[in-house]
Structure formats: structure tokens, C-alpha cells
Write a protein that binds this ligand. Sequence first.
Ligand code: GLA
Length: 656
Amino acid sequence: MPHRRSGSRELVRPALIRALMAAALAVPAVPGIVLAGTDPLAATGRWEGNTSGGARTPPMGWNSWNAFRTEVDEAKVMGAAGVLVDSGLAKLGYNHINIDDGWWLKRRQSDARLQIRTNIFPSAATGGAAGSSFKPFTDKLHAMGLKAGLYTDIGRNACSQAYDLHSPNLPQGTTAEREVGLEGHVEQDINLYFKEWGFDYIKIDACGLADFVPGSKLVKDQQYRGLAPLIDRSAINRTDINAVRGRYEAVSAALKAARPDNDYVLSICAWGMANVRTWGKDVGNLWRTSSDITPSWTSMLHNFDSAAKRALYAGPGHWNDPDILHIGHEDFDANHLVEARSHFSLWAMINAPLLVSYDLRNGPASLLGVLGNAELIRVNQDRSGHQGVVTYDSSDAQIIVKTLGDGRRKAVALFNRGATPAPVILLARHLKLSDGAPIVLKDLWSKKTLTFTDEQAFTLAPHETLVFEATGKRQLENGVYLSEIPGSINVVVDGTRQAELDPTIHRMIDPWSGTRSSGSRPQYAGWGGAQADATPFGQTLQIAGQAFDSGLGVLSNSRIQVRNDAGHAVLMASVGVDDSSANVSDAIKFYVYGDGKLLSESPAVTLGGKANQVTANIKGRKLIELVVRDARSGTTRPVVATWGDVRLMPGSSASH
Ligand code: GLA
């Protein structure tokens, strides 16, 4: 399988162009923030999370890219579809069949209509005035009970036109004919794909905004129209976040118009760039949080890490996307079932899309067994949509806990990242379950059950992930910590003032340039955003020496919405400036709103001040908003603010 050639990214970023870009591009003032009137911190009393599109649970299915790159064809795609149906995987939820890059021939110049490469998709050779059509293809998939997905780019040109120049399936013709991406054709193309051709899902890549630098060797050699990049892959401050977001918003609007029944999926493929990890949830149904996965363990770690700490940014209808699965290849093939199971378990736990991407026609049964673990799929597809939260974190081993259903059950994954056996002790409190009461663990791989109290020791084999369903006595028997229900939370404003790069993601040797590059650097913005059970910078929550296992870590000048779906009556929290705050001087205040009405507020607090108790009567309130304000907004670094033990409780037993 060909990979990107070493150094190919370099050719698109010559120094001269960088200088021009720096001068030409505006630096966005407040990345990722949705402006609501004049005061983005004002409670609106209205759920502002994106409700468009049809991805109530993480999408599942098959994508052609990791299997075939641009050498995709109809027989291969229909072969995968057939295996999904015949093996029973489709019934378990694998129902999206997505064609990736390589399907197109050209943009016809008489009417700008996209033409399909019919030599690889013969059923599209419908002839007539239209030239070609995918309708027979999508009809076939729909008749099999499946859904159909297609690929395009948000710019003028697609990724293969920069990175797969050897491909036999690149768009052909003049410069204009080879402009197959959405730029300038959003409505026309979306209508064609969704109304006329009957697709249900669109993955929209972003190379067109990143890699076609005017004057570059690529643009000159291939005779493309250059575009001053809106995304600089190596510089968030030279990336025009708002312009990138605006382009995807235009697609979202076109999709809503084309599919007023909301039956579509919008997959944003901006690889964690342009601060998409913050705003993707407001625009699309899933958004790539990192660069492309490769079939190596460390690449899998990298992609997992890019989504694993972003639980508060995902929920029903919108999902972090660490990329399609690489099960079936190299480190995750049938000779590496431990790794294949780990990859699958981790994606399941963090509500990642489960898109298989190997040649299913030739796959061994053991891999179908991994993909067909119905209990793991149920964990991933749980309708409450709470992404697993990393409860114990280290570079060697992690513990990830995911609330299922109404919270009576949890899934917990014990993950050995390393190449040597790892001792992992699972504590009742990792699960937010009580000490002294029995906890039942059901192993979702071996199906064995075990019971323990307080703590249980395990030794994980190298690269092994154990996943259990856990039940026991909840710490909050009738209440819930907000960090247990990230899927009910929408971070409207996260308080970041400048997009900062996340330094915690595993840095592999670059699969494309190896050690010829300057080394692997943090590259994805979103550092400092809100976190469950940790500060925005990954520290233990702590106010004046008092540590909290549970809580929300935010920045000052943030607003977070919480759906009170279970009809709780009281919100309680211990709030204050976190001991880890680098801003050591500003005073901040905490506010709780219910359906837009102020219910409770803290006094002004500063670093070192003891935690203040906040109690708010939320009886009958459907939407809670948690706001932290810093009077000296904008002039300093944000204050790290901790909502310690923040929880929703029934009226009668509101105490901890
Ligand atoms: C980019 C995307 C991949 C794939 C290729 C197609 O690299 O991130 O997922 O779609 O383009 O060229």
C-alpha cells in the first residue's frame, strides 16, 4: 500500500510563501468561540449544541481509503458491502459504505457538473445529458439496507492531487476540469450528491485549503490554480481559523437545505488543524482530531490521544474522529489480535466512529470476530453518548471510564500502551463507585465475570486492553457528577484566548518524513479547553490544597451548558481558582443559570482562597449553564477555574 512520499509536505511550504502568508492572513482573535450577541458569556437558556445531521450515535461502516487508497472501484466497494451484510456485521450497526478519494474524473466545464470515473464505477455510466450518475450505485446499497457515503474536499483540489501523484485515478483534463473540490460549487455539488445521487454521508477533506501554495513546485508542475493557504499545517497562528470554519458552515447550510429531514452525516476532515477540535461540534457530525492513521502502534496512540481528552466536546450527534480503523493491516492484522482488539476497544470507549477500512473480501474470520464484538459495539453506540473519560493517565497505562445509559452501568478500559507488562490496580473510585460494596466486572472480551471490593489488581500484557462492564454502588446513589455525563454537556465558550497546541499527544516518528523532519511537535490546537476530572491543562483539580477526584476544569470566561435530562433538583459544587493557575492575581466569579435565569453565584475568588460552596435550586429547569467570569477579561492569561465535585442531585438527598 503506497504511503505519502517522504518530504512531500515540504514541497508545499517554501519559505517565501510562508512569509507572504504571514502578511496576508488575518489572525483570528477568539478561536472557536461562537459569538452570542455582544456577550458570549450571557446565558441563553437554549441548548446551543448542533442538532443537525443524523449521527445520533457514532457512525459505523466501511471506508475505502486504508484498504485501497485511490485504487478503489465498484467491485471492491460492493464486495465490502456484501461481506458486511452476509457476516451479520451490518445488523450490528455497520451500515455506512463510504467511497473515499479517487472516484472522480473531472468537473465538466459546460455546466460544472462532476463526472464519475466510470471505468472503475461501471454502474455510473448512465450516459445521457448527465454523463454519469451514482444513482444506480446508491440504489443498490440502499436496497441492501445500507447507506452510501462520498468524499470531496472543501477547497478546489483534493488530497490525492497533492500526495498521490502516481495514482491512475487522479482527476483529468485542464486546470479547471481538475478542480473537483467544493470551492465555488458548494450548493451545486451538495445537491448533486444528496438530492440527485442519493448519498447519505459526506467526508470533506481540506487539502485544498492547505497544500496548493501559489508558486510552489506542486502547483507549477501540475498546473493547478494556487490558493494562499488558509491552513498552515505547522502554524496555528498562520491558519485562518474563521475562514476554514466558515467554509464548512456553508456546506452545513447547503446540506440542511438539500436534506430538510436531517438525514445526512457531515464528516469534517481537517485533521485536527484550524482548531477544529473546538468548533467541529458546532458545524459537523464528526471531525478528524489528527492526521491520518497508519498501521503502526504508535500512530494509533497518536490518533487516540488526539481525541481521548476531548470528552466534553462530543455527545449525541457530534463525535471526535481519531480516523478510520486500521484493523486488518500490519500492527493490527490477524497476527496481532491483541493490538487489533486494543485499537477497537479504544475507539469504542471514546465514541469514535467505527469505520472498518480493509479489504473485507479477503479478511480472516478472526478479524471479523474482533469487529463483531456486540458488547463493545453497544458500549460505543450507547445512546446517552457519554465519551469515556481518562480517569488514570500515564504514558504507560491508562484507565478510561464511560458512563452507559442512565449511569447504573459503566464501561472501563484498562489500557497498556507499552511493550512490557503493566501492573494496573483498578480502584472503586476510578469508577465513581463506593468502597466497601461489591463491584461486578464483566470482561467484554473473555466474557468472564469477577467481583471485588475497593480495588482489584491486574497485569496487562504488552499492548493489551481489558474492557469490562462494571456495576456497583454508585458514589452518588441518586445523583450524578457532571464529569460522568460529558454527552449531556456543551462547551459553548471554553475561555481559550489564543489557540494553543496540545503537548500531551503521543509524538511518533513522522510516518511520512521520518527523522528527516525537524522532529515531531505538538500540532493540534485545543490545549486549555474544558476537561472532565482534570484542569484544562491536565492537572489534578485542586483548590487551596483540597483535591477533587471529580469535577470540571475550565478557564475563566467560559460558559458550559448541561442538559438536566434526568430532572435533578439541586446543583452543588465547590468552586474556586485552581492551585495550578498561572494567572495568580485575577479575581473570578462562578454563576449557575437555569433556563436562562441566574440561580446562584459565588463571591469573587482568587488563588489560594478556600473552595466556596455553590448550591442552586434547579428543580424543573431543563438547561443549566455554568459561567465563570474574570473582570479583567482579555488583558491577561485566563484563570484556571475548578468546579470541584460539581454534581446534580435529587432534592431530598442533596448532600454529598
Ligand atoms: C487525507 C485524509 C484521508 C484520505 C485522503 C484521501 O489524507 O485525511 O483520510 O481521505 O486524504 O486522499
